[in-house]
Design a protein around this ligand. Sequence first.
Ligand code: FAD
Length: 286
Amino acid sequence: MTELSIEFFPPQTTEGVVKLKAEREKLACLRPEFFSVTYGAGGSTRERTFAIVREIAAAGFEAAPHLSCIGSTRAGIRDILTGFRAEGIRRVVALRGDLPSGMADPGELRYANELVEFIRAETGNAFRIIVAAYPEWHPQARTPAADLQNFARKAKAGADAAITQYFYNADAYFHFVDKARALGVEIPVIPGIMPIVSFSKLARFSDACGADIPRWMRKQFESHGDDTDAIHALGLEVVTRLCERLLSGGAPGLHFYSMNTAAPTLEICRRLGFVDGDTSRKQRNS
Ligand code: FAD
C-alpha cells in the first residue's frame, strides 16, 4: 500500500493558523500516515511547530515534528524530546538544519547522524525517526559519493525511513535508491513531492536548495508567462506524471510538500486515484 504523508510549515499569524486547520481538514480524506510540521532554522519556530503538532494530534492524526540540531545543545534537544513524548508524539523528522545568518556557533550536534544517534541513545525506540535524503545531492556535499556515505551514516545511526528533497527527475530518485541499496541501506526512501503553483517562486527556491528543474519543464513554464491557469494545469500534469512513474517504479509512498494549501495535493492525489482513501490506494497497488 502506498503511504502518503503531508508537510506543513507553522504559520506566523493567527489567521494563518486558522487557515491551516481548514486546509488540513480538506486533506484528511487522503488518510495520510502522518502530517509533518517543519522547524525553523536554529529553533526559531520551536513553540509554533509544537503548537501545530499538538493541534494535529488532538484532531486524531499522527503528527511528526521536524527537529534540527545545528546551533543546539544536547540538553536543549533532550528537553524538546521530553515534550514530544509527553504529548504522545511517536515520529520525528531529524535534521541538521542550517545555521540562521548571524549565528556562528554550530552547537553540540553538527550533523543529522549525530542527532539520530542522540535520539536513539536518549529515547530508545520511542520515536520512528525519519531523515532527509537528496537524490540530486545536498548543495554542500563534497561529492555525490560522500553525500551517499553520509546518508548511510544516518541509517546506521538508527533512522527508520527517509524523505527526499523534492525533484522532478524520476531517474535521479531511482539512481539514488540503487546507490543507497548498494551501500547496504535498506530503509524506505519516500520521494518528497512539490506541487507547482507559482513557477517563478519555485525556480528561486530550487536554486537555493539545489533541486534541478529540467530544461524541458522550465521552457514550458516560462512560455506561459503570467498565465496562472496554464501554469497550474501544467504543474498538475507534470507532477502527477512524476508520481505515477515513481510509484510504478517501486517508490514506497509519497510525501507532499503542501505549502499549507490543500488544493494542488488533493488534485494530484485525485488523479492518482487516492482520494477515496485506503481502499483505492490498496487496489491501485495490488
Ligand atoms: P545532514 O544529513 O547532516 O547533511 C548536511 C551536509 O553535511 C551534507 O552535505 C552531508 O553530505 C554532510 N554531512 C552529513 N554528515 C556528515 C558527517 N558526519 N561528516 C561530514 N559531513 C557530513 N530545514 C529546516 O530548517 N527545517 C525543516 O523543518 C526542514 N525539513 C526538511 C525536510 C526534508 C524532508 C528535507 C529533505 C529537508 C529539510 N530541511 C529543513 C532542509 C535541511 O535542514 C537542509 O537541507 C540542511 O542543509 C541539511 O540537513 P540534513 O539533515 O540533510 O543534514
